[in-house]
Design a protein around this ligand. Sequence first.
Ligand SMILES: [Ca+2]
Ligand SMILES: [Ca+2]
Length: 247
Amino acid sequence: MLCLAPALPACGGLAPFVAGTADTDSVAADDTTPGATDDTSTLDAPDTDAHETPDTDVVDTVDTDVVDTDQAPPISVIGVNAAAGSLWINEYLADPTDVGVSAAGCGTDSEFIELVNVGTHPIDLLGLQLGDDDPTHRIMLGVSYVLQPAAIVTLAGKEAEFDACFGAGASRLPGFSYAFSLNNSGDSVVILDARDRELDRRDFGSSGDAQSEQRGSDDPALWCLATSALRNGVTASPGATNDPCGP
Ligand SMILES: [Ca+2]
Ligand SMILES: [Ca+2]
């Protein structure tokens, strides 16, 4: 017969495709349930890894790894899936007051807390809480900021005062002023996740005058006063590698 519609089966064409319920992929290799709604890739295969992120690549491979390797590393979120012990307090300056405010631009509010990601995944600091020895004193970061593995970031007690003392930036988490202050005569620096689970803390007695306390770059288990003078009479390393604590 004369085929005017060669796509029809009778004309040697393929049978028309009848779409299944919510099944939108072209090659449904892994759809075993009629109501699959989550399979939208073109050439998909089952994802069986424990820490999955959505597979959006066109040509997929079977994911059997614990940590997905055909995607960028998953970002851990504070209070959700950040690995315990992956975020540390790395340095803090509680007492910058021995430096003259008018002469050097540093004052009582030029305090900072430096954090480091010692884990293997990026960490989104959204939901992180800063605290001191008073459990009613908590400040939660309400915005997203991704800290890469091995990266450090400085949280300024007061943004303008920090910049006046140390210069603008200094790896300071931008756009925020946390309005925290640490007691010079002794206090605690505490970081918690959004569910009030403590991630790290540092309790200290009388703080160094215009001198930060820090983990040693030679041994992060050690704490000591910073030794390298930075600027404006302050000895600290906000946003930069700490000094060693060893001899
Ligand atoms: Ca203080
Ligand atoms: Ca530092």
